[in-house]
Design a binder for this molecule. Structure first.
Ligand SMILES: [Zn+2]
Ligand SMILES: [Zn+2]
Length: 152
């Protein structure tokens, strides 16, 4: 996982200015495992940077993606999620609770796709959908409730 210093170095390497807002975004994203949505990062940024714009969140995320520090996930039709782990892995989104989490890809996936296609594959996005195990067990709990309980 990258550090704030590595992050600012990458931004600088693109010829861009290091602003306190960009550093703030790096701090919010660094080490995150929960795949925050752009809206969530925007809300968190607002606390310390009340003048931050949505466009700054996106443009900074785009820079970080271009420099290989961030994955921008379009797993959901109407929101984007950020993942600061650039290592190839797949994502799962639960259709019931909306939770997004990592699932591993078989080792050497990029190499295998590169070999099979003859094209240099540098990154891959795999999106999986279903009902997560937490939701399935919650459903089972509900079914076990004694008869007579009000069910909405
Ligand atoms: Zn779920
Ligand atoms: Zn992930």
């Amino acid at each position: 996982m990258w550090t704030i210093e590595e992050g600012t170095e990458k931004i600088r390497s693109k010829g861009l200015k290091i602003t306190s807002q960009r550093v703030g975004i790096l701090k919010i994203l660094k080490g995150r495992k929960d795949h925050p949505s752009a809206e969530q990062v925007f809300r968190e940024m607002k606390k310390d940077h009340p003048t931050i714009s949505f466009a700054t969140i996106y443009s900074t995320a785009q820079i970080l993606e271009d420099t290989g520090l961030l994955q921008i996930l379009t797993i959901d039709g109407h929101r984007v999620f950020f993942d600061p782990n650039p290592e190839p892995h797949a994502h799962y989104r639960c259709r019931k609770c909306g939770h997004v989490f990592d699932i591993p890809l078989p080792p050497g996936t990029l190499k295998k796709i590169t070999e099979a296609s003859g094209e240099m594959v540098e990154s891959v996005q795999v999106y999986c959908y279903g009902t997560c195990s937490a939701c399935i067990s919650r459903e089972r709990e509900k079914d076990r409730e004694p008869v007579g309980n009000s069910k909405n």
